[in-house]
Design a protein around this ligand. Structure first.
Ligand SMILES: [Zn+2]
Length: 314
């Protein structure tokens, strides 16, 4: 099993370096600490009641990037990345950030019950449509002390990634809704599909993410991608075992783990897997926390790096 995983990382890594060498991938877009460059096979999950089918399909496919890790120069931590020295990283307490995207859903209350039973907090990146459809669950998230993040109101790639203005309007719409409904105005957000999603180019051109990231950052939002995928969006139904195994595998060696999961009606196996995931992470010595503007962050695409990339390619 270990050998197979190692082999996969080596092959993936060789492929990346080869692609960079051939000029196929700009170096600054290459994750230094090993997000897999390939996307998992896409399968269309059934649509939940609150979102149209196409939208969910795009979200599930884009958000599924299996993260792996590399052991570089004997330094095992893959989470801190180049922004932190080895000593700084080792000085940090092992922390796991459970994150749930796309909710609330019919599973939210079950998720909240499990979190309560295990005494841990999580971060919910909600959408406006889902939140509007289930204000009760939204309220329950806030009352239990979990963090709310903005995941755009519509979660419609076509709409939000059409331009920076369109993106901001969508984000502000959700901010307003959350403020009016539960009295919370999130300052943290997650892009549908992540900051390096490919779908956005189709709708807003190749620089749209660069511009959105710059504007959103200037307005004081912190955005969060993930460095541990649960792979729960790899297919319509991913088995509980696969989800648990993916979190175990992808969190190995990371002192800071931002774990991507989904809070959608059809993701019942994610809920089934949750107690096992929490137990495993506790056994590995993690404490749990919610994301906030001061917490550890992991970003596939940073404004500075993207600007560098543009310089090199223009
Ligand atoms: Zn999403």
């Amino acid at each position: 099993m270990k050998l197979r995983f190692g082999l996969r990382v080596v092959i993936s890594c060789l492929g990346c370096f080869l692609a960079v060498g051939l000029g196929l991938i700009p170096l600054t877009r290459m994750p230094l600490f090993s997000e897999s460059m390939t996307e998992s096979p896409r399968a269309a999950p059934p649509a939940p009641s609150s979102l149209p089918t196409g939208e969910v399909r795009a979200a599930a496919g884009e958000e599924e990037r299996v993260t792996t890790q590399l052991q570089l120069g004997g330094f095992l931590c893959a989470s801190c990345g180049p922004s932190m020295s080895k000593n700084e990283c080792i000085g940090m307490e092992k922390t796991a950030y459970l994150t749930f995207d796309d909710g609330p859903s019919g599973n939210t209350l079950r998720i909240l019950r499990i979190l309560r039973e295990h005494g841990v907090r999580a971060t919910f990146f909600v959408t406006g449509r889902a939140a509007a459809a289930d204000k009760h669950s939204l309220q329950a998230i806030v009352e239990a002390g979990h963090a709310l993040g903005n995941h755009t109101y519509s979660h419609d790639y076509n709409r939000v990634y059409a331009s920076t203005e369109a993106f901001q309007a969508d984000v502000r719409r959700l901010d307003r809704f959350l403020e009016q409904t539960v009295g919370v105005k999130p300052r943290i957000m997650r892009f549908p599909g992540g900051s390096n999603n490919h779908q956005s180019r189709k709708y807003g051109g190749s620089n749209v993410m660069t511009n959105i990231i710059r504007d959103i950052s200037q307005q004081g939002y912190s955005y969060f991608d993930w460095n541990v995928s649960s792979t729960d969006a790899a297919g319509a139904v991913v088995s509980e075992e696969q989800i648990v195994e993916a979190v175990k595998q992808n969190s190995r060696g990371k002192r800071q783990a931002i774990i991507l999961m989904h809070d959608l009606d059809q993701k019942t196996t994610t809920v089934d897997a949750l107690p096992h995931i929490i137990r495993h992470l506790k056994e590995q010595g993690y404490r749990f926390d919610v994301l906030n503007k001061k917490s550890f962050t992991f970003q596939f695409l940073k404004p500075g790096l993207e600007i560098n990339r543009r310089k090199h390619t223009s």
